[in-house]
Design a binder for this molecule. Structure first.
Ligand SMILES: [Zn+2]
Length: 107
């Protein structure tokens, strides 16, 4: 995977300009499918940014298009700061820890 914005364990996808796409990033294949319109082989194309917004799609905080805006309660849940002492470290795991996780995964 050469594009760092396309995580290995995510459903993120990009509409590749190499195949005539618009180059936008999508949070899911569902959102990707929503930005394509027309009949394959006839007039298949990407929606413009304006058309995507008009269809209720939006970009999330990471810049990926999502099929619709997050409902307000979910936005609150995502943006609410973690309680004191409950913060989850986002630092990379120590090497040996990662190795043991991998071992567990494959057993
Ligand atoms: Zn596209």
């Amino acid at each position: 995977m050469s594009d760092p914005r396309l995580g290995f364990h995510t459903d993120h996808c990009r509409c590749s300009p190499a195949t005539g796409g618009c180059g936008e990033y999508f949070n899911s294949t569902f959102a990707f499918d929503r930005h394509r319109t027309g009949q394959p082989g006839l007039d298949r194309r990407c929606l413009t940014e304006h058309e995507m917004l008009a269809a209720g799609m939006s970009r999330n905080a990471s810049g990926y298009w999502i099929s619709r805006s997050l409902p307000a309660p979910r936005v609150a849940a995502v943006t609410r700061p973690a309680p004191q002492g409950a913060a989850i470290s986002t630092a990379p795991l120590p090497k040996q820890h990662r190795a043991s996780l991998r071992g567990t995964f494959h057993q």
